[in-house]
Design a protein around this ligand. Sequence first.
Ligand SMILES: [Zn+2]
Length: 353
Amino acid sequence: MKTSRFLLVALFAAKAQAFTVVLDYTYDSTGFFTSNLVAKAALEQAATDLSNLITSPLGAISPSSMSFTGNVSGTTATADWKLSFSNPTTAAAVELTSYSAAAGEFRVFVGMRSLSGSTLGQGGPAGMGLNFGGGGTESNWVAAVSAMNTASNAVMMRGGGPVIGNFSGNFTLGATDGAYSLNYGAIAGTLWFDNDADNNGSADGDLSTYWHFNHATGVGGGLNDFYSVALHEILHSMGFGTGATWDGNVSGASWLGTQAIAEHGTGANLIDTGSGAHIADNTMSLTLAGSLSQEVVMGPSIVTGTRKTLTELDAAFLQDLGYSVAAIPEPSTCALLFGAGVLGLAVWRRRAA
Ligand SMILES: [Zn+2]
């Protein structure tokens, strides 16, 4: 029965992954990632590198109805969540009343869009909507709402990572207010890349003079590195730059989080005030893979012809957002670093990411 034992070992190894970015191509309705497997590989590599860095044990999202009820002697209060986001390809509103995730899984819905100006990509956490229901006797109402609140937060905060959003107020039965404060965490994200280099409002057929897709080769002069932008947008989808925990750590141009302050020496002028969602432009740190000086991944822009890999300061921000990170990055990041080289550093045209 030795083969069975090996199989079990493999299964346990797979389960030990605390955090896994799962890229979801459901909404790639133009088939971009089906036809461009080099671009898909770069995107998947960015997901793998972040999965290897982050060790937060995100809890499973279950049941898939995302419905949580407090029941006190037959008096019930129910919160029904729904996932709400923009279709990454068409921008149409998507609502999912049924959604589940395995332990550790963070799903990101991806696509391509026509983006105006110099924007290379956009990403963010999926939004959440909420409906309440319930009824019974007023004397049990406050306890029922409280039990509903506890049950919801136990699942929807996922036991780690940032608070993305909060709904708080009173759910009222008769003359009785039941106070609630419902948080949701890193449930899911969305991102999309620009497919309109000439900004004429429609997708370009040939993007090879705009994007550098291959993450295993140096970035060509004048091209925008797909891997770097993928890293950047996945991080946005995880709550880097948006969400309650991010907002709570930003005060004007200052970052208040202790880990990034310890890493950088100060939080003053560490935030890009133009967007409020990035580390300040031109902020340098050391790459996790090779301890080389490089502009952080989560600055507001990237220089054409260059690649960014994760830095110590990017990781420190992740810690301030509630993620735990591994001390030593995986070798795959290392290989990427050496692939990047210093190609095209003379090209200073900057593109927003
Ligand atoms: Zn950004």
